[in-house]
Write a protein that binds this ligand. Structure first.
Ligand code: GAL
Length: 710
């Protein structure tokens, strides 16, 4: 009793002290950077004159300012993944923006000289690419992969007079990417000063191995440096109320392991994104040495043949999208408002999951997914040792892959949104015996660093992976497209389920409609656009509806990640060879984030809280009078009647006749006449419940722009 009382007093004392002592200083390096392009071989030196350089703030993407140029990263290649056999000229494959070449950043910052027993690190959330980092004229380290988080110890190189110059050299080479990668310090950079004694970088690892209605067990492993440490960890709920606290004195190697109990836990899910905080405090002889806050969620995931994927005990299928990291016209520089806007649009569509194709997501995006509620499939690589492009990640795979995986897992594993890892996308290694070994090797690294989440690979060479064992060893076999092989793969693989790791790749341009309306593969038009009747796709891809049918009919399909949620810079298929196309057509939303018609097809299926009734095309077809102009309706209602200027075009009802009939209402024989088209939707009892009209527009009168935020 007395011992407990004393312990309680001790805890109160140490907590009080921690409110006073400051253990870590974080210097965000955002404003006042100097930047120049080109070879600046002397720029690492302290006395280098950068007066004429541009002043920029970081995050910064040096290439997004343009201009677009057909010659940039022009490639004469056959894109073998797309089934091409002959090399042809590809313009715009990586966005035709000036990202190739060297770029240098310099930042002068003040930092009081370190006290004995302190250390400093510089942390990059990513730098595109091949960053070489110098402090006060000395090289402190480097990292090759532009998408990864990394940190460097700069204790030795910091200036004793407090005046420091950080210089970062970046270099992007030709043919190193299949999309626009951005350029420069496009993610955040910070310096952290802390005591030698304390928690290591990304040193907390929080899992929730047991959850019931009454309690959740929260396991917190904390890697620390130093001897005779006392670790006090408290858990706060979303109102900052303490719900659990524990003191630990015994280390296992350099790691503490604590099991805390949270009573009546609030569980994290996309629908209830409830977050807790763990505050870890490290003491030596009653003195606070370090303090770190880690956010986490309490949630349980399982993947079983009988129930598929379950979150908190409830089976569900992923309603996911793949995203590249660029933000369209804003480029690759991290922009929280733009990321939040993307997520708001996806949430409205009913989407509940995101795959960061084909690389590490930003911390900001993960934070937002934790807060707004999205599950996350975090991916690492588009290449292993076998290249897809001449200068891709294959150059580094053998030397860097392990440390790249380790950094990603350590930096992101406390995010409750992450429910699966991916070690690769359509890696050509799938074909080979060494590839099978690589798949196993990588998966084991993930398991070692985080035994709580399964690993997938997005596979396109399904037949090869069935034969050579590649697919069988994965925790989760992921199929990219290849809808015709789902049954075979399911039968051949031992896992008992499959994931649609990448689906659809339907192509469309917002507001563009082509006639006659029919299904096409690789269709090209003279205006470099694709039709928004949503019937066009590529050799390897398919219509959304075909994937819907697979997901609805096969309980063992875990859901899908559509290619893609938003259009992105680069990869302008089916116009890879047609300048000036230089951004994708795959997006459900366009490059500016405006919904295409397809948005409503997904919404009608995914958003179960709102009714969807969306009609297309527009009704301004001067010159098409009397010609066949089909009308499509994307809706969650079963049937609807269409009227053209008050005349009924008949009732359409969803049916199993074809995939399209199953998920769309289509009036194929409508003849255009100016005026009003109206659709009236009926419920199962035959009651008219909703309607929508489109009117032939008069000449424009005014344009109104509204900001969606202040
Ligand atoms: C996939 C690939 C994606 C993208 C997509 C276009 O095969 O994984 O990165 O290229 O095709 O359809």
């Amino acid at each position: 009793m007395l011992a407990r009382f004393c312990a309680a007093i001790l805890i109160q004392l140490v907590l009080l002290q921690s409110a006073i002592a400051q253990t870590r200083t974080v210097l965000e390096l955002k404003e006042g950077w100097k930047f120049a392009k080109g070879n600046q071989s002397q720029a690492y030196q302290t006395n280098f004159n950068d007066k004429d350089w541009q002043t920029v703030s970081v995050p910064h993407d040096w290439a997004i300012y343009g201009p677009f140029d057909k010659e940039i990263d022009k490639q004469v290649v056959a894109i073998t993944q797309n089934g091409e056999k002959k090399a042809t000229e590809k313009t715009g494959r990586t966005g035709a923006l000036p990202y190739i070449g060297e770029g240098w950043y310099r930042k002068i910052f003040d930092l009081p000289a370190l006290k004995p027993g302190q250390k400093a690190t510089v942390i990059f959330d990513g730098a595109m690419s091949e960053p070489r980092v110098y402090l006060n004229g000395q090289k402190v380290g480097e990292w090759n992969y532009g998408y990864n988080y990394f940190y460097l110890d700069i204790t030795q190189q910091l200036a004793s007079n407090g005046k420091n110059v950080l210089a970062v050299q970046l270099n992007n080479v030709q043919e190193s990417s299949r999309w626009y990668p951005g350029a420069g310090l496009y993610r955040n950079v910070r310096i952290e000063v802390k005591n030698d004694i304390g928690i290591e970088q990304w040193g907390t690892y929080i899992t929730t191995p047991f959850i019931s209605k009454e309690i959740a067990k929260v396991k917190i492993k904390t890697k620390t440096a130093g001897k005779d440490l006392l670790l006090v960890t408290e858990i706060l709920d979303a109102n900052n109320k303490r719900v659990s606290i524990d003191t630990a004195g015994a280390k296992f190697g350099n790691e503490f392991e604590q099991d805390l109990v949270v009573k009546n836990p609030m569980l994290w899910s996309p629908e209830t994104p409830y977050l807790y905080k763990a505050i870890s405090r490290v003491y030596v002889k009653g003195q606070l040495k370090d303090q770190l806050t880690s956010r986490f969620g309490i949630r349980q995931i399982s993947y079983l043949p009988s129930t598929g994927f379950s979150l908190n005990g409830q089976s569900r299928k992923f309603k996911g999208v793949c995203l590249h990291h660029d933000l369209g016209p804003l480029g690759a520089a991290i922009n929280i408002a733009a990321l939040r806007r993307q997520l708001r649009i996806l949430k409205d569509m009913g989407c509940d999951a995101i795959r960061s194709s084909h690389n590490m997501p930003s911390q900001e995006q993960l934070d937002l997914c934790d807060e707004i509620g999205f599950m996350f499939l975090a991916e690492t690589f588009d290449e292993w040792a076998k290249p897809k492009v001449k200068n891709g990640y294959a150059r580094y795979f053998n030397t860097d892959a392990e440390k790249d995986v380790v950094n990603m897992v350590h930096a992101t594993r406390n995010h409750p949104s992450i429910v699966m890892w991916s070690s690769g996308n359509e890696v050509p290694d799938q074909h080979y015996a060494e590839g099978v070994k690589r798949a196993k090797w990588l998966q084991e690294i993930f398991h070692r660093e985080d035994p709580t989440r399964p690993v997938t690979v997005g596979m396109d060479q399904v037949k090869a992976t069935i034969q050579n064992g590649f697919g069988a060893i994965l925790d989760i076999p992921g199929l990219n497209y290849r809808t015709k092989l789902y049954e075979d793969a399911f039968k051949a693989f031992p896992q008992g389920f499959l994931l649609g790791s990448e689906t659809a790749s339907t192509v469309s341009s917002r507001g563009i409609y082509k006639f006659p309306v029919m299904e096409y593969k690789n269709k090209q038009y003279p205006d470099n656009q694709c039709s928004s009747y949503d019937l066009e796709y590529c050799d390897w891809s398919n219509l959304p509806d075909e994937q819907f049918a697979l997901i609805d009919d096969k309980p063992w399909v875990l859901g899908e990640f559509v290619w893609t949620g938003f259009d992105y810079l680069g990869e302008p298929t089916p116009y890879d060879e047609q300048w000036p196309s230089r951004s994708s057509y795959f997006g459900i939303n366009d490059l500016a984030g405006l919904p295409k018609d397809r948005f409503y097809l997904y919404k009608s299926r995914w958003n179960t809280k709102e009714n969807t009734l969306h009609m297309l095309p527009h009704w301004n077809w001067a010159g098409r009078e009397g010609q066949t102009t089909p009308v499509f309706v994307y809706t969650n209602y079963d049937k609807a009647e269409l009227f053209v200027n008050g005349k009924s075009m008949g009732m359409q009802q969803k049916s199993n006749a074809t995939w399209l009939n199953r998920y769309r209402l289509m009036w194929m024989d409508v003849k255009y006449e100016p005026g009003t088209i109206k659709v009236v939707a009926y419920d199962k009892q035959g009651k008219a419940v909703a309607e929508q009209s489109i009117v032939t527009a008069d000449s424009p009168n005014q344009l109104v722009l509204e900001a969606d935020r202040n």
